[in-house]
Write a protein that binds this ligand. Structure first.
Ligand code: HXC
Length: 493
C-alpha cells in the first residue's frame, strides 16, 4: 500500500513538472508564470481540485508515441474565488507549446460541461501554439467541440479568457466566443496566423506585437477588453471582475456589504458640467463619485474611449454604466440580470463618410436593439447632451427605461442648435441665424420640454444622483418584464 501511495506521489510530481525544468526556466525568463502558478494566483489558496492530471495524448505519427507528458499541455479543474466556485483551464506552454491534441481537448470539454451543469463561471488561461500539428484533423475536431460548448454556455455562465502568451490558430476562437478577453502586455499576442505564415502568404514582414499584441487588440481592433501589466496583475484583476458577476443566469449577482452610505451626497457634482457646452468634463469622475466606495471595473478602457463602460456596485448590488461600444456589454448584463445605469452626454451619431462606410447604421442599431430588448432594471441620467438618435438609443423611456432622470444642465433636442437652425432657416443671414440659434437653445436645450411630456421622470440635483439611483434600484427589485417567445432574436450583427 505504501508503495502505491509513493508511486502516486511520484506520478503527480512528474505531471507537475510539465515540460521539464529547462522549459519552465524559459517560461520564467520571458516574464511569464507557468500554467500551475497562474491557477494558484487566480484561485483561493488551497482551493484547486485538479482533474485529469494523468491524461496523455494517443497520437503515434511523427514519433509522438515516445513523447508523452502527463496532463498533455493543459491544467484543468475547479476552485473558488472569494468562496464562489469557478472552473478553470490553463494551457501549459512548456508541453508541446500548449498545443491542442484530441486528449487535451477532451480535458477542456470536461470542465466546460461541468461548469455549465454546475452553473459556475469558466476561466480559460491561454498560452499556446494552436492545433497540435502532429494530430491533424483530430485536433480540429477538438477545437470545434470546444467552440460548440462555448456557444451553448453563452448567456448561461460567465466565460472569461485571459491571453498570457501566444494564442494562435484554433485557440483564438474559443476566447472570441467568450464574454471577456484580457491580455497581458508585451508577453501575449492573438492572431489567426502568425508572422511566419503572413510572410509566406502575403510577403508582409510583421512582428508578433504589431500583428496581434495588446496594442492591436485592446486599443484598435477591440477584440480584447483590457490589458494588464503582468501575470500577477491579470490574475488579481480577473478575481476582482468575477466578484461583480453572478455565477450563472440562475443566480443573482453577489451582494456585498457596503459601508458607503446610500444617502451620500456629492456637492461637487453640481459644478461638474462646465458652462460652455463644448467643454469636456470627466465622466469617470462622475461614475467614481456615484458608485460604492469608488470601486469600478472598467471594460475596454483603451478602446472607443468616448464611451465608458464597466461594473460598479450601488447599495452593494452590481450594476453597469453603459455605452455604445457596449451593445455587447448591455446584452451580457441583461443575460445575467445585472441592472443598467446609463449616464448620457452624447451629441448624437458621428456624421461622415468614414462612419457611414464603416456601417454606422448597423452598429448603431446594435446598441438600440440591446437596450430595447433588455428587461433588467434600467435607470438613465442625462447629464448634458442627448441629441437625436442618442436620446432615443441611450435607454430612453420609449425603449422601456424604468426611471429616466435629467440634470438641470441636460439638453434634449433633435440636434445641436447650430445645425438645426441652419436647416430650418436656410435662407436667413448669418446675423439672423445667430438670433435663431439663441432662440432654439432657449426653447430646446433643456430637460423641461421632455419632463413636461413625462419622457423624463424628474429633473434632479446632481449632488443627489447616488441617492436617487440607489432608491430607484431598490424600487425596481421586483421588476418583471418579458419579451415575446421566440427561438432567438436576430440582432443586427
Ligand atoms: C505542436 C508545437 C506547436 C504546435 C509550438 N509547438 N506550436 N507543437 N503543435 N502547433 C512546440 C514547438 O515544437 C516547441 O517544442 C515548443 O512548442 C515551443 O515552441 P517554439 O516555437 O520554440 O516557441 P516560440 O519561439 O516562443 O514560438 C511560439 C509560437 C510558435 C509563435 C506559438 O511555436 C508557432 O508559430 N507555432 C505554430 C503556430 C501555428 O501556426 N499553429 C497552428 C495553427 S492552425 P520544443 O519541444 O522545442 O519545446 C490551427 C488550426 C485550427 O490552429 C483552426 C480551428 C478553427
Amino acid at each position: 500500500m505504501k508503495q502505491i501511495l509513493k508511486q502516486l506521489e511520484t506520478m503527480r510530481e512528474t505531471a507537475r513538472q510539465g515540460g521539464g525544468a529547462r522549459r519552465i526556466e524559459a517560461q520564467h525568463a520571458k516574464g511569464k508564470l507557468t500554467a500551475r502558478e497562474r491557477v494558484d494566483l487566480l484561485l483561493d489558496e488551497g482551493s484547486f481540485e485538479e482533474f485529469d492530471m494523468f491524461v496523455e495524448h494517443r497520437a503515434t505519427d511523427f514519433g509522438m508515441a515516445d513523447q508523452k507528458v502527463p496532463g498533455d499541455g493543459v491544467v484543468t479543474g475547479w476552485g473558488t474565488i472569494n468562496g464562489r466556485m469557478v472552473f478553470v483551464f490553463s494551457k501549459d506552454f512548456t508541453v508541446f507549446g500548449g498545443s491542442l491534441s484530441s486528449a487535451h481537448a477532451q480535458k477542456i470539454l470536461k470542465v466546460q460541461r461541468q461548469a455549465l451543469k454546475m452553473g459556475a463561471p469558466i476561466i480559460g488561461l491561454f498560452d499556446a501554439g494552436g492545433a497540435r500539428i502532429q494530430e491533424g484533423v483530430d485536433s480540429l475536431a477538438g477545437y470545434a467541440d470546444i467552440f460548440l460548448e462555448n456557444t451553448l454556455a453563452s448567456g448561461v455562465i460567465p466565460q472569461i479568457a485571459v491571453i498570457m502568451g501566444p494564442c494562435a490558430g484554433g485557440d483564438v476562437y474559443s476566447p472570441a466566443i467568450m464574454d471577456f478577453i484580457f491580455m497581458v502586455k508585451d508577453t501575449s499576442y492573438m492572431y489567426v496566423t502568425g508572422p511566419d505564415v503572413v510572410k509566406t502568404v502575403t510577403h508582409e514582414d510583421v512582428s508578433h506585437e504589431d500583428l496581434g499584441g495588446y496594442r492591436v487588440h485592446a486599443m484598435k481592433s477591440g477584440v480584447a477588453d483590457g490589458a494588464f501589466e503582468n501575470d500577477l496583475e491579470a490574475m488579481t484583476q480577473v478575481r476582482r471582475l468575477v466578484d461583480f458577476l453572478p455565477t450563472s443566469n440562475r443566480e443573482r449577482p453577489p451582494v456585498r456589504v457596503s459601508f458607503d452610505e446610500a444617502e451620500r451626497e456629492e456637492p461637487s457634482l453640481d459644478t461638474l458640467v462646465p458652462a460652455n457646452p463644448n467643454k469636456p468634463y470627466d465622466m469617470k469622475e462622475l461614475i467614481l463619485k456615484v458608485v460604492d466606495e469608488a470601486d469600478f471595473f472598467e471594460i475596454s478602457p483603451d478602446f472607443a474611449k468616448n464611451i465608458i463602460c464597466g461594473f460598479g456596485r450601488l447599495d452593494g448590488q452590481t450594476v453597469i454604466d453603459s455605452s455604445r461600444k457596449a451593445a455587447r456589454f448591455v446584452r451580457f448584463c441583461d443575460a445575467f440580470e445585472i441592472p443598467l445605469v446609463t449616464f448620457v452626454d452624447v451629441p448624437g451619431f458621428m456624421p461622415g463618410t468614414r462612419q457611414e462606410q464603416g456601417g454606422l447604421i448597423r452598429h448603431g442599431a446594435k446598441l438600440l436593439f440591446a437596450y430595447a430588448e433588455a428587461t433588467v432594471p434600467k435607470i438613465t441620467i442625462i447629464t448634458r447632451k442627448a441629441y437625436g438618435g442618442a436620446y432615443d438609443v441611450m435607454s430612453s423611456k420609449h425603449i422601456r427605461g424604468d426611471l429616466n432622470y435629467a440634470w438641470p444642465t441636460a439638453e434634449i433636442a433633435v440636434m445641436g442648435s447650430k445645425g438645426a437652425v441652419e436647416i430650418i432657416f436656410r435662407n436667413q443671414t448669418a446675423e439672423e441665424l445667430v438670433a435663431r440659434e439663441a432662440e432654439y437653445k432657449e426653447r430646446f436645450a433643456n430637460p423641461f420640454v421632455a419632463a413636461a411630456r413625462g419622457y423624463i421622470d424628474d429633473v434632479i440635483m446632481p449632488h443627489g444622483t447616488r441617492r436617487r439611483i440607489v432608491r430607484g434600484l431598490r424600487s425596481l427589485k421586483g421588476k418583471t418584464l418579458s419579451n415575446p417567445w421566440k427561438k432567438h432574436d436576430n440582432i443586427p450583427l
